[in-house]
Design a protein around this ligand. Structure first.
Ligand SMILES: Nc1ncnc2c1ncn2[C@@H]1O[C@H](COP(=O)(O)OP(=O)(O)O)[C@@H](O)[C@H]1O
Ligand SMILES: [Mg+2]
Length: 254
């Protein structure tokens, strides 16, 4: 099968902190992956390397469909990034905009600022229809014209998912999207993201703190510890878990 992402000897440091340390990894189109590991293990950094938000240190790189990110021109990088939806921990939505306007922002890298402004003020019927359909799929179609701040946290997450779909991305990177919702909502949100990804043959990579949910829903678990991949499999034993979340001496004395 075609490799969508290939990580070769990938490292990323911030000053003297090595956030990702010589990682090698292949990800195929349509894979559903949970990225697990304790806080500070490198999950967010890895997600940001995958979409070119962070550039790797000099020796390694990420290839997207066989092209190393470092070889892309700025225009090509922008195009590659527009095909990868990134849902940050804070969802990256503008709360005082209406829901449909936030969805429009999914195409911010693809259409010019003047046309975006025009769409904000005079939304074309055909686009509103498309957005309505996407909101139906995420269960919040009644909120199309609502100001986003009036939605619950769970509903705002659905806005972020609908925006990713509108973006027309082949990949969704979701950074701990369930960290601020209750367990029942967490289950339905993960299920929704996985269903939508499967229906559309999207690749889904989600960082997730809750190991039970990761094991329940995800066929592939990738465990990071101090920036290294220490497991890549479908089930994790208690001993492996203990090792994954074990704190080092430095963290224990902080
Ligand atoms: N922009 C940054 N500047 C400096 N250090 C960073 C930055 N981003 C991450 N780090 C450090 O890199 C390590 C990995 O962080 P991160 O990828 O956020 O881990 P996780 O998402 O698993 O909690 C941590 O030690 C963190 O402090
Ligand atoms: Mg993080």
């Amino acid at each position: 099968m075609a490799k969508l992402f290939q990580l070769h000897n990938l490292s990323k440091s911030f000053g003297s902190t090595s956030a990702i340390d010589k990682v090698n990894l292949d990800i195929e189109t349509g894979e559903i992956i949970a990225l697990i590991g304790s806080s500070g293990s490198g999950k967010t950094t890895l997600l940001k390397l995958l979409n070119g938000q962070h550039l790797a240190d000099k020796n390694g790189d990420v290839s997207i469909s066989n092209t190393p990110i470092k070889q892309l021109t700025n225009t090509q990088l922008r195009k590659a990034r527009s095909s990868i939806a990134y849902i940050p921990q804070d969802l990256g939505i503008v709360k005082n905009l209406k829901v449909f306007q936030n969805i429009f922002l999914g195409k911010v890298g693809r259409i010019s600022t003047p046309s975006m402004l025009w769409r904000f003020l005079f939304p074309p019927k055909s686009e509103i229809l498309k957005i309505h359909q996407l909101l139906e799929r995420t269960g919040i179609e009644k909120k199309l014209y609502s100001v986003t701040s009036t939605l619950s946290g769970g509903q705002q997450q659905r806005v972020a998912i609908a925006r990713a779909l509108y973006q027309g991305a082949h990949t969704i990177l979701a950074d701990e999207p369930i960290s601020s919702v209750d367990p029942a909502r967490a289950n339905s949100l993960i299920q929704l993201l996985i269903d939508i990804s499967r229906e559309n043959n999207l690749t889904l990579i989600m960082s997730i703190h809750n190991i039970e949910l990761a094991q329940k829903f995800f066929p592939r678990l990738i465990g990071l510890k101090h920036g290294k991949i220490i497991l890549d499999q479908s089930k994790v034993t208690p001993a492996e878990l203990e090792n994954l979340y074990q704190l080092n001496e430095e963290q224990l004395t902080q």
